[in-house]
Every structure is written in structure tokens, then in C-alpha cells.
Design a binder for this molecule. Structure first.
Ligand code: FWO
Length: 308
């Protein structure tokens, strides 16, 4: 099986040319490193964990360092991961003071009998697993401080979500053995209530992976994604015989028509087909397959380069 990895960097509104370049670099780096893991014989789970950790460490994205701030000006993060081989899954929500929530989600999957740990219990488990605690402020960027202030001032004039919350991250992969996996990680939505949990850590909404179908990672308005179970809904359409493109259009279209919810998703099928689709203004994405890297941010703006 030829390995495939696809990554996304959330929705994006009108971003400056300069920031667009940084976003493009980050997304290309994540896909390249995820692909390198697969080429070296790593599993789909290893690849999605690696790709998402790269984006969590990049302050341009709304996950890990660079997460948007809650109403108190603090970072609270959600993440999940799933192995399509046996449907094992791990998730954490409302976690603070760690660099890589996706790594904690993987430990929940592999080292506990549970699927999901939250808040204080997740923090205690992280400490037990030897994950270093970092000061919460280390995850806070100047850009996000300004954005929260602006959001609070402009609250009366509600802007569409797609211009406020940028940069949730996710990855899907297919490895040489035919296993698929997904991982998704986010700081959630700007100015959210303390304890708000979005779609990203919820299996079926923020992502899904099943070797008998494929894998999906989603981004967008979390409350809408949760209501339609966007990731599993997409794979349902694939199971029904739709192409990946049709399945993505159907599930995103349903979320839009039923709830006015916008978002985006990436899919890889068990046979190695892939797609990146969105109804938000744009979505940074990259896909690596057969030694080639495809990437884009806006519609009709796909570039292809050779991977090293
Ligand atoms: C408008 C959308 C595409 C922005 C997108 N937001 C999320 O994905 C938020 C996450 N699903 C949640 O609700 O916690 C982003 O961060 O890029």
C-alpha cells in the first residue's frame, strides 16, 4: 500500500499575504514530516500524531502554542486521535499547561481503559505519564491577546465565525499496512466559556477512522459539527458508495443547510484516495502521496511539488 497523509490548518478568513506564507510553510512542514514517518515504516497513528504535533508547536495555528483564548484570557485545549485498525480512540478536553494535547490523547488511547479524560483528571494523568507542565502563558501569543480584546469590544457587532476562529489542526493517514488514523487538535473558539468543549475531541464529530472505510478530520463551527456528527456522517456516505468528493459535499452541505454551520474536512479512503473540502472562506491543507506534495489555502489554488 502506498502511504498517504493529508493535513489541515482550520478555516481561514482574509489573511495577510505575509501570514499566508507562514501558514503555508507550517502546513507543508506538517505534511512532509507525517509522510516521512510513513515512509520510514511508521504507522498511520504515528504519522497523524507527528503531523498534528508540528502544527501544535507552530504559533500560527489554533492548537497548542497559538491557541485562541477563552473568556478569561486563558488557553484550554481539546484533542483526539483514533486508530482505524481496532477503532481504539483517545481524547482530552479543556486541558491547560501542556505543549501537545495530541500526545496526551494518544496516551489516553494506549495507556488507559478509557476513551476520554477531561480537565483536572487529564492534567493528573499527564503528570503521571511524565508530561512536563509548562506555564499557561507560554501558550499565549500577543496576536491572540489582541484578538480576544477585539472580540470582546466587537461583541455587539457579531462577525461570522469563519473570520474569528482560525487554525484548528488535523491529519489523516494511510500507512503501508493499510491502516488509517486521524488526529485533531484545537484551542477551540475565541472568547469561549471556561469548560466549553467543542467537536474536536469528540469521536465521530472531530474525526473518525475505520480501516474498512477511511479516515476524516474536521474543522469549523464546533457546535454545528457536534450536532451532525460531521466526520462519521461523511464516512457514512462513503460506505453508501459515494465518492469522497460527493461524501464531503453532502455532509458539509447538510451542516450548512440545516444549521448554517460552516467548516471543512480532509478524508483518506482505505484505497488511498483523498480529498480536502470546505464551506468556510478557505482552508489551509496539504496532501503527500507517491512522492508528491499537493497543497493550497484558497479555492482553485492548488500547487504540486516533488517531495525530497
Ligand atoms: C470557522 C472555522 C473553520 C474556524 C476553525 N475553528 C474550529 O475548527 C473550532 C473547533 N472546531 C471548535 O469548535 O472547537 C479554526 O480554528 O480554524
Amino acid at each position: 500500500m502506498n502511504p498517504v497523509v493529508v493535513v489541515h490548518g482550520g478555516g481561514a478568513g482574509n489573511i495577510s499575504k505575509e501570514r499566508k506564507e507562514r501558514v503555508r510553510q507550517g502546513i507543508v512542514k506538517a505534511a512532509s514530516e507525517g509522510y516521512a514517518v510513513l515512509k520510514a515504516g511508521g504507522s498511520a497513528v504515528d504519522a497523524v500524531e507527528e503531523a498534528v504535533a508540528v502544527l501544535e508547536d507552530d504559533p500560527e495555528f489554533n492548537a497548542g502554542h497559538g491557541s485562541v483564548l477563552n473568556v478569561n484570557g486563558e488557553v484550554e485545549m481539546d484533542a483526539s486521535i483514533m486508530d482505524g485498525k481496532d477503532l481504539s480512540t483517545g481524547a482530552v478536553s479543556a486541558v491547560r499547561c501542556i505543549a501537545n494535547p495530541v500526545k496526551l490523547a494518544r496516551l489516553v488511547m494506549e495507556k488507559t481503559p478509557h476513551c476520554f479524560l477531561t480537565d483536572q483528571g487529564a492534567a493528573q494523568f499527564a503528570a503521571e505519564m511524565g508530561i512536563p507542565e509548562i506555564p499557561g502563558e507560554k501558550l499565549v501569543t500577543e496576536r491572540n491577546k489582541k484578538r480576544l480584546e477585539k472580540e470582546k469590544h466587537e461583541k455587539a457587532a457579531q462577525k461570522p465565525d469563519c473570520q474569528k476562529n482560525l487554525g484548528t489542526v488535523g491529519a489523516v493517514a494511510l500507512d503501508c499496512k493499510g491502516n488509517v488514523a486521524y488526529a485533531t487538535s484545537t484551542g477551540g473558539t475565541i472568547n469561549k466559556l471556561v469548560g466549553r468543549v467543542g467537536d474536536s475531541p469528540c469521536v465521530g464529530s472531530g474525526g473518525y477512522a475505520d480501516n474498512s472505510i477511511g479516515a476524516v478530520s474536521t474543522t469549523g463551527h464546533g457546535e454545528s459539527i457536534l450536532k451532525v456528527n460531521l466526520a462519521r456522517l461523511t464516512l457514512f456516505h462513503v460506505e453508501q458508495g459515494k465518492t469522497l468528493e460527493e461524501a464531503a459535499d453532502l455532509s458539509l452541505g447538510y451542516m450548512k443547510s440545516r444549521l448554517k454551520g460552516l467548516g471543512g474536512l480532509i478524508v483518506v479512503s482505505k484505497t488511498g484516495d483523498w480529498v480536502a473540502k470546505w464551506t468556510s472562506a478557505s482552508m489551509p491543507w496539504a496532501a503527500a502521496k507517491d512522492g508528491q506534495l499537493h497543497f493550497g489555502i484558497d479555492l482553485d489554488d492548488t500547487k504540486v511539488t516533488e517531495l525530497p
